[in-house]
Design a protein around this ligand. Structure first.
Ligand code: OAD
Length: 238
């Protein structure tokens, strides 16, 4: 397959490859995406479930939604796409993975140089103080717990609509995009900023951009090479 051969060639000579992943990379693990057919945002309204206002208004509803997603993710295993990216880290000492996913499957596959732009569903953070805790319970208790340090209510440590990305994580991702020589865009619609701008920034600074996605996305026009297909399937051939 032409795209696969070309990607192999690009990877071989790349010294500073990066990958930006989105929900599509976990689709073959059985985790629904947000915007595609069967996507979560086709059936649920983000403003009811994924904003600080929604959590303030109805913490129980938001908590149940995260519990529901954690149950799906807890049953999922990394697929060939996750595994490929974990192996790439061994081959390329300056490879970095930037993900919008909160499912932790990249780490389960063995990736260590991972930047989570949108947080992690297995962590909670306090709404009032800087406390973070890991919480692997499935299902969750019916109401969010109280912070052990200050007693305020805890929330999922994920980024909601209208919230800023973790500052250090985004700054590091931006720098990595600027210094990339190859930038893989895998399984993302490119609909959410500022994550999508990382691909544009990489391209602006001279990186070759390669997209892997069965559908056209908002970033297809940025890509020098667009490989149409499912990422697990494609990357297992690479
Ligand atoms: P989307 O649901 O917007 O896009 C998923 C993309 O994956 C689509 O372009 C699909 O065509 C593609 N896709 C589907 N199956 C695939 C497969 N097997 N292999 C490769 N690609 C596949 O998900 P994201 O782009 O990740 O934000 O969405 C970005 C953010 O929007 C998420 O991080 C989340 C959401 O609201 C927050 O939670 C803050």
């Amino acid at each position: 397959m032409k795209g696969v051969d070309e990607l192999q060639r690009l990877l071989k000579k790349s010294k500073r490859p990066r990958a930006l992943t989105g929900a599509g990379v976990s689709a073959e693990s059985g985790i629904p995406t947000f915007r595609g057919p069967g996507g979560l945002w086709r059936n649920f309204r983000p403003q009811d479930l994924a904003t600080p206002e929604a959590f303030a208004r109805d913490p129980k509803l938001v908590w149940e939604w995260y519990s529901f997603r954690r149950e799906i993710i807890a049953q999922a295993k990394p697929n060939a796409g996750h595994t490929f990216l974990a192996l790439l880290e061994n081959e390329k000492p300056d490879f970095w993975l930037i993900t919008q996913n909160v499912d932790g499957l990249h780490q389960d596959a063995g990736s260590r140089r991972v930047l989570e732009l949108h947080g992690n569903i297995w962590r909670l953070r306090c709404t009032a103080c800087p406390k973070y805790v890991e919480d692997l319970r499935v299902p969750l208790a019916t109401l969010p717990p109280k912070c052990g340090a200050c007693g305020a209510v805890m929330r999922p440590a994920v980024v909601w609509f209208g919230e800023a990305l973790p500052e250090g994580t985004f700054a590091k991702s931006w720098e990595l995009a600027q210094t990339a020589d190859l930038f893989l865009v895998i399984g993302t619609s490119g609909a959410v900023e500022p994550a999508a701008s990382l691909a544009r920034e990489a391209k602006k600074n001279g990186a070759v951009v390669v997209e892997i996605n069965p559908e056209a996305s908002a970033l297809t026009g940025v890509a020098d090479l667009s490989i149409k297909g499912e990422s697990g399937e494609i990357l297992s051939r690479v």
